[in-house]
Write a protein that binds this ligand. Structure first.
Ligand code: ZN
Ligand code: ZN
Length: 346
């Protein structure tokens, strides 16, 4: 099979012919149909995340079809379409696992980081961390749900019932979250890189009532600020935007250092917290929400071999919504035409 492989933290992947992996006990062998590209992939490629299992097949937003069921992978059948997220394995025995905080497992392994992921024609995945996908979404549309959507959803849940939500960094996650927040009758305020009119327009199109530069002030105080951009400078800025008792949630796996700031910004029972990974419960809950919310997932799709182009376009901020790698012929949405596909890379 073909795979796009990271050999060293040099910012790109290389095409490689590899034997098809064999599922061991508890695993499924999947034919990958689509795999979205995440900012975390750039952080891994750039060496910001320092423990990749090299050589590594990246990709942790996988949509695949079960082609073989390993021993004791109960409940799965050949032909089923499943999604595989970032959290790929947990021990089930450590303190966090015992508390039900499997997202914080001390020895967790992550898809496309410590476990080979979906930038390949086939992959294996722990059956416990595979999820049936709603038929309402085609393969390409479903892929970004597995990280951008899912971890974004966990961040939104941490905001409680906050009616006024700020989203900082308007990439794949924010474009999904805006739609979910609107469906829950929340007001959305979108912050982008200074002067990114196109992205601000995109945010308003999706339901944000205000969109502006990240150094500008929202028209009203926010109840919660969700930061998706990996920029520590945004933390004190977001604290200035939230009301007393409001929360700033850092939703990315990597962020540049947070600058020092006056205690006054935190005063008034404001809080800053992070979101780490996901739980299986998040996945089941979120996929049900995604199925009943008529999400319009914007994607730019690339053939698998063009993974480096997708990564470069993501890095340069040229992607509206999510970049998705496609191998073979992906299935269309259940209702053809209901979810306009945004386009293929030129
Ligand atoms: Zn991700
Ligand atoms: Zn554990």
């Amino acid at each position: 099979m073909r795979a796009m492989v990271m050999r060293a933290p040099r910012g790109r992947v290389e095409v490689e012919e590899r034997p098809r992996p064999t599922p061991v006990e508890g695993q499924l062998l999947l034919r990958v149909r689509a795999c979205a590209v995440c900012r975390t992939d750039l952080h891994i490629l750039d060496g910001d995340l320092t423990e990749p299992a090299l050589p590594l097949v990246l990709g942790h937003e996988i949509v695949g079809e079960v082609v073989e069921v390993g021993a004791n992978a109960r409940g799965w059948e050949v032909g089923t379409r499943v999604g595989v997220p970032w959290l790929g394995w947990t021990c089930g025995e450590c303190d966090p696992c015992g508390r039900g905080d499997e997202n914080l497992c001390d020895t967790a392994r992550f898809t496309g980081y410590q476990l080979d992921g979906g930038f390949a024609e086939f992959t294996v995945a722990d059956a416990r961390y595979c999820f049936a996908l709603p038929p309402e979404l085609g393969d390409i549309e479903a892929a970004p749900l597995l990280c951008a959507g899912l971890i974004g959803y966990r961040a939104l849940r941490m905001a409680g019932d906050a009616p006024r939500v700020g989203l900082y960094g308007f990439g794949a996650a924010a474009h999904i979250l805006t739609q979910i927040a609107r469906a829950e009758d929340r007001r959305v305020f979108a912050f982008t890189r200074a002067g990114d009119q196109d992205r601000q327009h995109f945010a308003r199109e999706l339901g944000a009532e205000w969109a502006g530069d990240s150094d500008s002030d929202p028209p009203v105080p926010l109840d919660a600020a969700l930061i998706f951009a990996p920029v520590g400078d945004l933390v004190p800025r977001a604290l200035q935007h939230v009301r007393k008792g409001g929360v700033v949630i850092c939703a990315g796996i990597h962020m540049s250092d947070i600058p020092t700031f006056p205690y006054e910004l935190l005063w008034g029972e404001r809080s800053v917290r992070s979101v780490a990974n996901l739980t299986r419960r998040d996945a089941v809950e979120f996929l049900a929400v995604a199925a009943r919310t008529r999400l319009r997932i914007h994607t730019t799709s690339y053939p698998l071999e063009r993974a480096n182009d997708a990564l470069a376009d993501l890095r340069a901020g040229r992607i509206r919504g999510a970049a998705v790698l496609v191998s073979g012929t992906p299935t269309e949405p259940f209702e053809p035409g209901a979810f306009p596909r945004s386009g293929r890379a030129p």
